[in-house]
Design a protein around this ligand. Structure first.
Ligand SMILES: [Fe+2]
Length: 416
């Protein structure tokens, strides 16, 4: 009798374990489909001609983003883990490898816009081929293989989400070169922002910084460690266009004393007199947006400013940019307005490894670690950041002169 009960209990446990395993695979497949289709949704308003253009070396064509995110799964997942996987086209590895030296030679980044072939339609077939293979692998992998591939699929999806944001920032840069200022989305509006003039007070304390516990994070968000933060006040609100116009009226772009030397060199060499994409038409400032050229909205957050501009503005305001640790501690209080979903916020922290950071072995270790020099950290997320891609510990990074991303700022004030 008791042996029968035990057998029955075992069978029930096995069944529930099997059901759990099936549910895990189905849920991964659903997330995979959702992320892959979001890329296609973002590319859908763009014609084949739009999708080929590369307007500068730092920006990539839409078609390239669609193919490169697909290559990532082919290279790091399917070739390694799906027995008998037929590579879609052996030449694509060269064309769509971005910067992974360990994954082989690659096409020069500034020449991505010269790839009229493969066509947009062929890239769509490439995506379908890889999607079907990934779904097959999710369904059929044995348990030990599934345990290995699930984290690779997860990183591939977060990688694709990063490219979804770049797809928009890069097409905006391309459209900004067009004298007709095309709209990516005729209904786009700048996100509403808080006008709260308050601050979040961070008393001096040792805080845990970086990602700890469950949930996905990139390697550069760890190891979690302790850091002395504060005392500091962090502005609840983002800096707005109205405030930026005051800075401009006060001669912000003409006063060398407000600028770092490299920043002042950019101002003089590039003729900067306003944020990126701003143009004066009939004595009124306009900005190139995803909705085309629009009058600058004073109530919106300032966007497309470089680190140099953010730093100069902070000096003008008699304040500072927050460090990334200050930003993270303030964000965790839940009292920052518009921490996510409007603009990435420059911090005064240079992009460096956290104490004890070691890049993972192999090609995937090139993802973040090799870029940890000469760039500045941005925190938060922008209105172009896909849902599910925001975290208090997320470390974005760009070079100080860059301003084609959706970048803005909030201020900090050290407490004496
Ligand atoms: Fe990439």
């Amino acid at each position: 009798m008791s042996a029968t009960v035990t057998r029955l209990q075992d069978a029930v446990a096995r069944k529930s374990h099997d059901q759990q395993a099936v549910a895990e695979r189905l849920s991964l497949r659903e997330v995979f489909r959702a992320v892959r289709s979001e890329t296609e949704r973002r590319a859908a308003p763009l014609s084949p001609e739009d999708q080929v253009v590369q307007s500068m070396a730092d920006a990539s064509p839409t078609k390239w983003h669609r193919a490169h995110t697909t290559w990532f799964f082919e290279q790091f997942l399917l070739k390694e883990h799906l027995d008998g996987y037929p590579v879609f086209d052996e030449r694509f590895g060269f064309l769509f490898n971005s910067y992974y030296v360990a994954a082989g030679p690659r096409h020069a980044r500034p020449r991505r816009g010269l790839l009229t072939r493969p066509t947009v339609a062929e890239v769509a077939s490439y995506r379908a081929h890889v999607d079907a293979a990934v779904e097959r692998l999710i369904r059929d992998a044995d348990a030990p293989t599934f345990a290995k591939i699930a984290p690779l699929i997860e990183i591939g999806l977060h990688h694709e989400q990063q490219h979804q944001e770049l797809l928009l920032t890069d097409i905006l840069h391309a459209f900004a070169q067009n004298p007709t200022a095309p709209a990516y989305n005729a209904n786009w509006r700048p996100p509403r922002v808080s006008a709260d003039s308050g601050v979040v007070e961070i008393p001096e304390a040792i805080h845990n910084i970086g990602h700890a516990g469950p949930g996905f994070h990139f390697d550069n968000e760890g190891p979690a460690h302790r850091e002395l933060v504060g005392p500091v006040r962090i502005a609840r609100a983002l800096v707005t266009n109205a405030e930026w116009l005051e800075f401009m009226r006060a001669g912000g772009y003409t006063r060398a004393d407000l600028w770092l030397s490299d920043g002042w060199a950019m101002v003089t060499n590039e003729g900067w007199e306003a944020p990126g994409y701003w143009r004066k038409i009939d004595d009124r400032w306009h900005a190139m947006t995803l909705r085309g050229l629009q009058p600058v909205d004073p109530g919106a957050a300032v966007c497309h400013v470089s680190y140099y501009e953010a730093d100069a503005y902070a000096r003008f305001a008699g304040k500072a940019l927050p460090s990334e640790a200050e930003w993270e501690v303030a964000a965790r209080t839940g009292e920052l307005d518009d921490a996510y979903g409007v603009v990435w916020q420059w911090t005064r922290s240079s992009y460096s490894p956290y104490p004890g950071y070691v890049a993972p072995p192999g090609a995937i270790g090139e993802y973040n670690g090799k870029f940890m020099v000469n760039q500045m950290v941005l925190r938060g997320a922008s209105h172009a950041t896909p849902n599910g891609h925001t975290r208090a510990t997320y470390r974005n990074f760009f070079y100080p002169p860059s301003r084609w991303q959706f970048t803005g700022l909030r201020l900090a004030e050290p407490v004496a």
